[in-house]
Write a protein that binds this ligand. Structure first.
Ligand code: URA
Length: 442
């Protein structure tokens, strides 16, 4: 086979065969196919797309490029969750202990943040001593004993995706449906869970800006996942404003702890209850949505989810005192209130902009080598639809220095659009997509 012929075939709208896709992904992973040819192929896929068969074969070829985690030593149903990425997304910190407290185990691999979105691993490092560098057998033992573990992803899992994602990032080919589906699913399939729940973000802060595209992605993810023999559910949710109120590592941990104490009932909790319901039902722990939701609510009100979180922090070497006493978490020396320049109703909060404010304060990375400041970030006091008087607080900036706080406060105010008319909020949960059809087993 010749890569030039495959590029030409895709460029002209042809469908690649299983053999061609496997040859291409194998060759690219081993370094036999150069980046410039793979870039041309990614661009051809971007414009021409791939049908379901091609998308499935691409996913499986990327899955087979590396190792898989074998969760069979862990008893019971194992679940995993993935989000297509958002600002203020601390869902895993709340969802995993809730679900584990209800008896379904969560085996989760996570990453560090880059750019305007934060990473779960950075957030968890707010607990002194906490580590996500775990050997596979320690990971499996912890999932079995505690009910969940969150570890850093190893380089041996889907090396083809690692290489191709980095290439897409610099060739303007990230936003391609088949490339996103195969990239997300190969990693989730390699991580071995029986039930996979995907949070597909939709809106200005997400890859998929329209509902139509987000539902298209959700359909494709569930279809390919089912064909690979897993139970996959996708929940389409709004990302037109940050999730929850806190953006920044330790600040998001504090918000997650408030949710686990039952003191937070906003969009974040709505999302965790919806995702958790799908996991418990698909995992067979609840007979229907109503029972699943009641179990999750009970995990919060009984304190079982918070206790599960403390167990998890301890098991991964962290100091769990801060779980019960959040003031022990890192705190920024400067806190500055951001007043509303005018009165009215919050029409829009630019999610990506808020993520960038936190990043520039030091809470995120501009490049992979940067370290993050765990203490800094922003806390929003107003969300879309809220009424606000001129001079009333829009939120707070947590910064290292007075000058950094002053600049961030200006930038945060600029992320808000305030209008004179009351604003009707669009529903936060836009829909749940399941695929009934089952096929071959991966
Ligand atoms: N997340 C991934 O892992 N891959 C993509 O292509 C997009 C989002």
């Amino acid at each position: 086979m010749r890569m030039t012929d495959l590029i030409q075939k895709k460029r002209d709208g042809g469908a690649l065969t299983r053999e061609e896709i496997r040859w291409m992904i194998g060759g690219y992973t081993q370094g036999d196919i150069p980046d410039y040819q793979m870039s041309a192929m990614a661009m051809a896929i971007y414009f021409r797309g791939m049908d379901m068969d091609e998308t499935y074969e691409l996913t499986m070829a990327m899955l087979d490029s590396g190792d898989r985690i074998d969760l069979s030593a862990v008893s019971g149903i194992k679940a995993d969750k993935h989000s297509t990425g958002g600002v203020g997304d601390k869902t895993s910190l709340v969802l995993c202990p809730m679900v584990a407290a209800c008896g379904v185990k969560m085996a989760k691999l996570s990453g560090r943040g880059l750019g305007h979105t934060g990473g779960t691993i950075d957030k968890l490092e707010s607990f002194p001593g906490f580590s996500t560098a775990m050997e596979e057998d320690a990971f499996l033992r912890q999932v079995d004993r505690v009910g969940f573990a969150i570890a850093g992803q190893t380089a041996q899992l889907c090396p083809a995706d690692k290489k191709l994602y980095a290439l897409r990032d610099v060739t303007a080919t990230v936003a391609s449906m088949p490339l996103i589906v195969s990239s997300i699913l190969c990693k989730k399939l390699a991580a071995g869970a029986d039930v996979i729940v995907l949070d597909v973000k939709c809106g200005s802060g997400a890859f998929m800006q329209t509902e139509q595209d987000a539902f298209g992605l959700a359909q494709a993810l569930t279809q390919v996942g089912r064909r690979a023999g897993r139970k996959v559910v996708a929940v389409v949710t709004d990302m037109d404003e940050p999730l929850g109120n806190a953006v920044g590592n330790a600040l998001e941990v504090k918000e997650a702890l408030a949710a686990l104490r039952g003191e937070y009932r906003g969009d974040l909790m709505d999302l965790c209850l919806t995702l958790g319901t799908q996991i418990l039902r698909e995992g067979g722990a609840a007979k229907d949505d109503a029972e699943a939701r009641a179990m999750l609510e009970n995990a919060i009100s009984s304190g079982a989810a918070l206790e599960k979180f403390a167990q998890f922090v301890r098991a991964q070497g962290g100091d769990a005192a801060a779980v019960y006493e959040p003031s022990l978490l890192p705190e920024a020396p400067v806190k500055l209130e951001v007043p509303a320049p005018v009165g009215g109703y919050v029409k829009r909060i630019h999610a990506e902009g808020v993520g960038l404010v936190s990043m520039r304060l030091g809470g995120g990375r501009a490049s992979k080598e940067d370290s993050v400041d765990l203490a800094v970030g922003v806390v929003l006091a107003k969300k879309v639809g809220d009424a606000v008087a001129a001079g009333e607080s829009l939120g707070w900036v947590h910064a290292r220095t007075a000058e950094a706080a002053r600049q961030a406060a200006e930038q945060l105010a600029a992320c808000y659009e305030i209008g004179p008319e009351p604003v009707e909020r669009a529903p936060f949960i836009k829909g749940v997509v399941r695929c009934a059809q089952e096929g071959a087993t991966a």
